[in-house]
Design a protein around this ligand. Structure first.
Ligand code: SF4
Length: 455
């Protein structure tokens, strides 16, 4: 338990405590500020530690930001002395690159801040390379990206916290759901001034029938005749078909995600994927035939996998030479079956897998182009998207760096409107549950029009 005299600092401090797995311990904290100095006193196991940081402060917002930073750092210093350093040091936010960009735009070298927060050299370099790969996309920013949510899957994977149910249970909603989606897609046309990309994501978009998929493609094509980047997160290989790929090509899709997560059949069975590695290779080869840019997702830390198992999947995928490979680190999120079965993950093994992926992918000519961390992610590690041949996914960069509006349609979709001058973002979330979404779609459309009318 944490006792502090500054409640507004509590969530940030708790993030650090959780990163060390110390949420069951008792801590005391006293914060004060005077003469440009931030004071943090920490009590842990009956011992007391004092920290003092001096910094120029301009305005209330800046004061709060710095107060949070130094409070986190104080706890990080206490805990890292006992339990060892963390790869991201005292940084607990999910977007390290965003923090780096904020420093750069303030005319500072972000590496100084990262050093102060004890971020490892390897991670500082990862951020530097990611920023370099975003050149030409980040600087443009602005405009809108359209996200279309297909929250249906063949079966539920063990590690997944997404609100999805096997299509066998939700099939009865699909047609009505698609009608609502089409209504939403048409409704957003006036809100889009400059379309950067369209992303049909899931769930598993290819789980719906080809004829249903075509209805969505048609609505998108009629509403937006020219789409610079068009991704379909087709998903699991067991739902791929020549017909769906052909349709995708016909309607201008440029990028397809074929996501096995692992190429070990034992692991795939253990996580409830109900497809084999062989099905992945078949789906990949068919997609390749149509000339799509392909992304392949892998997860480090699945089931009983050791470094060798992960390395096997990584090598096989790298050999295929896709434009993008995304390496995720397993998260124990509530809502996932895995969380009930596993209390602690093999963090050091997963860190080794992540390090291995960095070495091998760079050696194979890939560059990191976007990255993010999630709460409850193994070892506070990260997810990294890698690209080759100058083909980063613009949608992923725009979303992760929050540099364009995101117009998101469908259940469990969150639209985001940027108010750049005020340095704030407003969000509009649709219901997660499909029948509720269907019953409220008219209201969702009206609310979004209101939000974006302020453009
Ligand atoms: S991980 Fe993907 S495919 Fe598996 S249940 Fe979740 S959304 Fe569906």
């Amino acid at each position: 338990m944490l006792n502090t005299n500054s409640e507004y600092l509590k969530p940030e401090i708790m993030d650090v405590i959780r990163a060390f797995g110390c949420e069951d311990k008792d801590f005391g904290h006293y914060f004060s500020f005077g003469s440009g100095k931030f004071f943090n006193a920490v009590e842990c196991d009956g011992e007391f530690y004092d920290f003092e940081n001096e910094c120029e402060v301009e305005g209330d917002l800046e004061f709060k930001r710095l107060a949070k930073r130094f409070a986190k750092l104080a706890f990080y210093n206490v805990l890292s002395k006992r339990y060892g350093r963390l790869p991201w040091g005292a940084l607990t936010g999910i977007r390290p690159t965003k923090l780096a960009y904020a420093e750069i735009s303030a005319g500072r070298d972000f590496k100084n801040l990262f050093k102060q927060m004890d971020v490892s050299e390897a991670n500082t370099l990862l951020v530097e390379k990611t920023i370099a790969a975003q050149k030409g996309i980040y600087d443009k920013g602005g405009g809108q990206d359209l996200f279309i949510s297909i929250p249906f899957c063949p079966t539920k994977c063990e590690y997944c916290s997404f609100i999805t149910a096997p299509i066998t249970a939700t099939k009865k909603y699909v047609d009505e759901y698609i009608d609502c989606l089409i209504g939403e897609i048409r409704s957003v046309k006036p809100l889009v001034k400059k379309l950067n990309s369209v992303y049909i994501g899931g769930g598993t978009p290819f789980v719906i029938e080809a004829v249903q998929l075509e209805k969505i493609y048609k609505a998108v094509a009629e509403t937006f005749p020219s789409i610079p980047e068009y991704t379909v997160e087709a998903g699991r290989p067991d739902v791929f078909s020549e017909e769906k790929l052909m349709l995708s090509k016909e309607y201008g899709v440029t990028r397809i995600c074929v996501n096995p997560q692992s190429l070990n059949d034992k692991t795939l069975a253990a996580i409830g994927r109900k497809h084999t590695a062989e099905q992945f290779f078949k789906a990949y080869k068919t997609a390749e035939k149509y000339g799509f840019d392909i992304n392949v997702d892998l997860i480090a830390g699945l089931a009983e996998e050791g470094v060798k198992d992960f390395e096997y999947s990584l090598d096989e995928v790298t050999f295929l030479n896709p434009a993008n490979i995304t390496v995720h680190t397993l998260s124990l999120k509530s809502g996932a079956k895995l969380k009930e079965n596993v209390k602690r993950l093999n963090v050091s093994g997963i860190a080794n897998m992540v390090n291995l992926s960095r070495d091998k992918l760079e050696a194979a000519g890939y560059s990191p182009y976007y990255m993010y961390r999630q709460k409850y992610q193994a070892g506070g590690l990260e997810n990294v998207g890698w690209c080759k041949g100058g083909k980063p996914c613009v949608y992923n960069i725009n979303v992760m760096e929050e540099i364009s509006d995101n117009i998101a349609v469908g259940a469990n979709a969150i639209s985001k409107k940027l108010f750049g001058d005020e340095n704030r973002i407003e969000r509009l979330a649709s219901p997660k549950d499909i029948p509720t979404y269907i019953s409220k779609v008219a209201q969702i459309i009206a609310d979004r029009e209101k939000l974006f009318a302020l453009m």
